[in-house]
Design a protein around this ligand. Structure first.
Ligand SMILES: NC(=O)c1ccc[n+]([C@@H]2O[C@H](COP(=O)([O-])OP(=O)(O)OC[C@H]3O[C@@H](n4cnc5c(N)ncnc54)[C@H](O)[C@@H]3O)[C@@H](O)[C@H]2O)c1
Length: 375
């Protein structure tokens, strides 16, 4: 979907104020919203041309139309870069709408045609609470990407020591590089393996104040009779068994301290049957059961266990539609799905429950989904 990274041509995307000040400037920059790029007489055609070159089109950008262009960089897994934005800015400045052929996408799709009414809501901006996690050690799994990475980053920026766990190392390295001076211990580990779980707990040390079980994988949207053993085993292993094993391993330290907060990530698929295939739905319902049982068991000893159920979030998670029946049924039910949010919106909900701000909340399943579960 995105242009290729070009390390040789090291230009960087201008900020809004810089862009506006340059002669011939279009005012477009990495800070400009994608929908404003698309609506711009010079920016729109060059952006559409870039998408077409990559075999894509602007419909791919629908969920992120309200995002600033530069927010695509961390979501693109290295395919879209700061330099690519800078090149788009230069191309837009050089583009002459008068001499160029009509932009076919604009010509066939007049302003507003075929689109739902679009009310512009402000983008969520994190408000950091200095020192909220000071002197606390929090383990975050899935910390190399998406919701886990945003959660780890927020805890680190709020003064916590983060044990950042992921099966893949590159995302953990980026997390550390993005937070210079932060107290982040990276642990490359597979949460389904007991030896790796032991290594995570050893890296944390005697004191573990919090655990965010975020690592998870999707299924392939298959209904019961089409679920392969492989999909069932893999999805249950990561989403339910891994979460169970790591939680079991941290409980002794929390019992010793008579304190601790665990936040498990479930899903809309943990609340109902229409958001994914059978394996993912079963695994996320298991997360709800683990959360409620543990909250009940350990509440009197100072340990809180809650879950967050995200709606659609723009992350690196991948799902396939391998079943005609599953695809048809799930796509129908997704009609009421709200606009996806960035992972920092979920980090806000997760860190609330992890922190002392959530001290009176135990056993809750908190939908963080823009109201999707209320439909
Ligand atoms: N993105 C969404 O729309 C959405 C919606 C509902 C629930 N969720 C849940 O949120 C959680 C985070 O997902 P995301 O969207 O940020 O996905 P993501 O793919 O961006 O991040 C998940 C991370 O978990 C890691 N991981 C996977 N298996 C692992 C293992 N065995 N051990 C250690 N790390 C492992 C991956 O390497 C990846 O970095 C998941 O539990 C997912 O089910 C996501």
């Amino acid at each position: 979907m995105f242009g290729k990274k070009n390390d040789k041509d090291q230009t960087t995307a201008p900020e809004d104020s810089e862009a506006a000040a340059r002669p011939g400037s279009t005012g477009l920059s990495g800070d400009t919203k994608i929908k404003d790029w698309l609506a711009h007489p010079q920016g729109g055609p060059v952006l559409r041309a870039m998408l077409a070159e990559a075999g894509s089109d602007e419909s791919q950008l629908k969920p992120v139309r309200g995002f600033a262009m530069k927010r695509l960089i961390p979501m693109s897994k290295g395919q879209f870069t700061d330099e690519a934005i800078a090149q788009l800015v230069v191309k837009a400045e050089a583009y002459d709408p008068a001499s160029a052929p009509a932009d076919p996408a604009r010509a066939s799709a007049p302003e507003g045609a075929g689109e739902d009414e679009e009310i512009e809501l402000p983008e969520f901006v994190e408000s950091i609470t200095e020192g909220r996690f000071a002197a606390k050690t929090v383990i975050v799994t899935g910390a190399g990407s998406g919701i886990g990475r945003a959660t780890a980053s927020r805890i680190a920026r709020e003064g916590g020591r983060v044990i950042a766990v992921d099966i893949k190392e590159p995302g953990l390295e980026e997390l550390v590089a993005e937070n210079p001076g932060a107290d982040i211990v990276k642990v490359v580990a597979n949460v389904t393996e007991q030896d790796d779980v032991d290594a995570i707990v050893a890296a944390a040390g005697d004191r573990i104040d919090g655990l965010a079980n975020v690592a998870g994988i999707m299924d392939n949207m298959t209904p019961l009779h089409e679920v392969s053993d492989e999909v069932w085993d893999r999805v249950m292993a990561v989403n339910a068994t891994g979460l169970f094993k790591l939680s079991r391993a941290v409980i002794p330290a929390m019992l010793d301290a008579h304190a601790g907060s665990i936040v498990n990530i479930t899903s809309e698929a943990g609340l109902r049957g229409s958001a994914a295939g059978l394996a993912y739905t079963a695994s996320k319902h298991a997360v709800v059961g683990i959360t409620k049982s543990s909250a009940f068991m350990y509440g009197p000893q100072g340990i809180r266990v809650n879950a967050v159920a995200p709606g659609p979030v723009i992350t690196g998670i991948e799902a396939s539609f391998d079943s005609e029946l599953g695809g048809r049924r799930i796509r129908t039910a997704m009609g009421a799905m709200p606009t996806p949010v960035g992972p920092e919106s979920l980090a806000a909900s997760i860190t609330f429950l992890l922190s002392d701000d959530g001290h009176n909340v135990n056993g809750a399943i908190l939908p963080s989904d823009g109201g999707w579960s209320a439909v």
